[in-house]
Write a protein that binds this ligand. Structure first.
Ligand code: PMT
Length: 346
């Protein structure tokens, strides 16, 4: 691809350099105005606010994008956790990858539980005439589906009425970074009442706009070599600059479980935030490990991480109880407890 234009000559952008050289998404201002209104309303009503990020980010290879790299994530962790945060009384900003799972509708995913499969035409109408516009045709849910549908629909309607869920969408890692920064800056007015639950799977490498091909990269010239730059580690400015008092929870995803805890400790030591939740790709639905500095468990918490003093605790559910029991219920319960301590209400 084209010649190098990276900001510091080593393929590594600082967050500052990143935002100075990569353009914001076109809807950023409008998105943030709505976030501001949402946050102001809930501060007034005395609610805590959590930002939940969810789903994977893409890295486009062309300006007129045909090809892109993607990060693995269905959005299950984020969408499920958002429901439990709502249930715990939080106002939730759900910042997710377009078309990934969302709270409530996640129960009826088109691939695992398509809603058309559990709807029935009323018995009087079984000889359906094919007249789709018939006002007399009644539709009902299969008896086996009703209990769950009523529960999900009731919770969904209550949240809708209370206005406690606000949704934001990203696709690329660039959208994600700009949105995360702007939302964090807006939520900084909440101080310790804000929580950041960073479950999105964020790309580690990207192609700066200045080096992207304008049109579809042509094949036929042999192999393709792309040199990507490292995405700035965004936790550092998030913790130190954008939101100094927010309660920040990051995730660590590994495929080798033996390095989860050392990596989680290293992240806490480097960024000084409150909790890392470690999960292994294959067991993530049944077990996670919470790693946090002792200071997150004390009322007199210092903002900095302490390399010497960490607490590790595993949360596990019996796989045979899934999906009736979801580990996110326990994750959120534990985080609410830690957030209480962080705020000083315990
Ligand atoms: O959606 P599911 O299918 O249910 O899967 C959920 C999940 C496995 C994706 C989720 O539980 C999870 O682990 N999300 C984080 C995955 C990830 O990106 O891990 P990481 O090791 O690459 O990043 C660790 C942390 O650093 C992340 O919290 C991220 O916010 C942060 N980060 C990452 C890149 C970057 N440039 N800057 C960052 O600050």
């Amino acid at each position: 691809m084209a010649s190098s234009t990276q900001a510091d000559g080593e393929g590594t952008f600082s967050a500052e350099q990143y935002f100075a050289t990569q353009p914001p998404p076109p809807t950023l201002e409008q998105d943030i105005r709505r976030v501001r209104e949402f946050a102001q309303q809930h501060v007034k009503e005395g609610r805590r606010v959590v930002l939940v990020t969810s789903g994977g980010t893409t890295v486009p290879l062309e300006l007129n994008v045909v090809r892109f790299l993607d990060n693995f994530s269905a959005g299950t962790r984020g969408a499920t956790s958002a429901e439990y945060f709502l249930n715990a009384g939080y106002a939730v900003i759900f910042m997710h990858r377009q078309f990934s799972l969302q709270p409530f509708s996640r129960h009826y995913s088109h691939s695992t539980h398509p809603f058309l499969d559990f709807l029935e035409l009323d018995s009087a109408e079984t000889e359906y005439s094919g007249e789709a516009s018939s006002d007399a045709t009644r539709i009902s849910a299969k008896p086996s589906e009703r209990k769950q549908l009523i529960e999900v629909l009731t919770a969904y309607k209550e949240v809708h009425k209370a206005g406690t869920l606000h949704t934001l969408t990203f696709v690329t890692v660039n959208d994600y970074l700009w949105l995360l920064r702007a939302v964090a800056q807006e939520l900084s007015m909440l101080g310790r009442s804000s929580m950041y639950y960073l479950a999105a799977a964020v790309s580690d490498f990207f192609l700066p706009r200045q080096r992207m091909s304008e049109h579809k990269i042509q094949s036929g010239k042999g192999s393709l070599h792309i040199e990507m730059d490292q995405v700035p580690k965004i936790l550092k400015p998030l913790v130190n600059e954008w939101t100094r008092e927010g309660f920040v929870v990051s995730f660590k995803l590994e495929t080798d479980a033996s390095i989860l805890i050392p990596k989680a400790r290293a992240a806490l030591a480097r960024y000084g935030h409150q909790v890392v939740i470690g999960n292994d790709l294959h067991t993530r639905k049944y077990q996670v490990v919470f790693v946090s500095p002792i200071s997150s468990h004390k009322r007199s918490a210092s903002l900095a991480g302490n390399e010497e003093a960490y607490v590790e605790s595993w949360l596990k559910i019996d796989p045979s109880t899934y999906p009736q029991k979801e580990i996110e219920e326990d994750i959120v319960e534990e985080l609410v407890r830690l957030h209480d301590t962080w705020i000083g209400v315990e």
